[in-house]
Design a protein around this ligand. Sequence first.
Ligand code: GLC
Length: 639
Amino acid sequence: MPASLSSHRLRSGLVAIGVVLLTAAGSCDAPPSPPTATQAAPADAPYREKARPVAERVADLMGRMTLDDKLGQMTQAERKSATTDDITQYRLGSILSGGGSTPRPNNAEGWTEMVDAFQRAALATPLGIPMLYGVDAVHGHNNVSGATVFPHNIGLGATRDPALVQQIGRATAEEVAGTGAHWTFAPCLCVARDDRWGRTYESFGERPEIASAMTTVITGLQGEQLGGPASILATAKHFLGDGGTSGGKDQGDTKISDAELRAVHLPPYQAAIKRGVGSVMVSYSSFNGDKVHGSKYLITDLLKGELGFTGFVVSDWNGIDQIDGADRLSAEDVRAAVNAGVDMAMVPDHWADFIELLREEVRAGRVTQERIDDANRRILTKKFELGLFEKPLTDRSLAATVGSDAHRALARTAVAKSQVLLKNSALARGVSERSEGAPQGAPGNSGRVLPLAKAGNKIFVAGKSADNIGNQSGGWTITWQGESGETTRGTTILQGIREAVAPSSSVTYDASGNGIGKGFKVAVAVIGEKPYAEFEGDRPDGVVLDPDDLAMLSRLRASGVPIVVVLVSGRPMDVGAQLSGWDALLASWLPGTEGAGVADVLFGMVKPGGKLPVTWPRDGRQPANGGDALFPFGFGLTY
Ligand code: GLC
């Protein structure tokens, strides 16, 4: 839950103010007592020998580590809350950028300078253990200005193309590694069962088999094995049942049987483990009232035991704090999380508290040394496998991949393949039902509204998301929540339409639809949702069209011109009452920076092939999941 303020954040902000006051009184968040000294290791220590088996290197290194070294390895701080001196002094094992937490300049150079400075601080510790820098690169390296932003997962689920998704993972890894980061908190393998959930778009769909198939992205991100060219650590998240909460409430309670949890939400993790995913992030949600962050049954017995996961488990952003029911990090929280099987704690601000509290728990025997050693063994194994001890600093040759033409071309292909054509009305012979002169059909046009003719056409484009990179990219883009407007470099859907038409055609744009009239052959209305992330996107009362879109649509309808609706949204929206007035409907999802991919389908350069990854409910009623559908799971038309 990174950087931008919201009501939730405001509460946290007040807590933070309280903490500052308390710290002044010396009662919490005081700097941890200085760690015990560690004997520096000789240059030829076995753990420094690349040729040795990783297990031997880990054993040798751990034999040299003090308890404080080990506690530091289990601690992940946010970049704004820890200095390079902190990293060296407290031997922090990882630093993260929360969503939107970016250096200045926010480009490959700025990121590389930042990450390498943190890394040098880690290498300055007595044992020189490199740190892991983690980011949410969930649809490309989306924090970085100018990076390629790919379609969000729900659109990739509509492609049903695991090989394409693996390529996207590879491209994302190159851009992440090109900025110096080593680890992405992706893919989200959530199985979204209620579209009122604000994270539905982070899901590949409502059935586990899609997410399982798309774990190919992990191979793209990590490579066939960790440590290869541009290999970064992937994270299967959020374990377990995040998409199954009652009412789609983010961080809510998943009240289902163990059998349903295993049948619906577990299979993607089995597939991810088979692909060697290096880390798993715990879900904020609860399972039948028990916080997953404190669940030894789910994290240790099921994930590490039954499934045999040998990577490491990271908690979610302050997720540990919630275990005891109060929002503040407590000794009980720390004990419960680490004993449940959390190996690395994402404690963005209160990392000092975490170290103090965990040290006390170990000294009191409430957390065993074996558990601390198991956590360190898991973390250090991934660091060795990633090659961080040999190549701790950024490979600057990869900076050129950030936002590259090749990656943008791949993204444009993915956008086109993710489009789902839900309606495409036939035009009355010669003319459309309601206006002069049907759109000149494109070659192969079957006398229907789509595909649009490139030549001799007179196209009116409207809608808040027609010329809006921010809207078409959605949340987790440049900032945590994302935002409307020209937030990064890319091609809007309108620009894609303008590029597609021949000189004999004209394209007129007005977001509100003012100026529409009978002289136009077709109107393209690009509507849907504004960006959001996590709980900010929860819609407990349903997912409905906003008044601006409705007002614009009625303006278009009054003109009698055929209407093609392009829906830019993170999930199905309640369109039942409007659909009969639309001549075509294209579900575009959240396509990212390459909006020309939408135009490729509108003009028939690419035939629509996307299939719904979710049930589209008839009256917006949730959860749908195969119920009474306006459009059923798997539906999609073509030309
Ligand atoms: C967030 C999200 C998680 C993300 C983490 C770090 O709250 O739940 O998906 O990886 O914090 O930004």
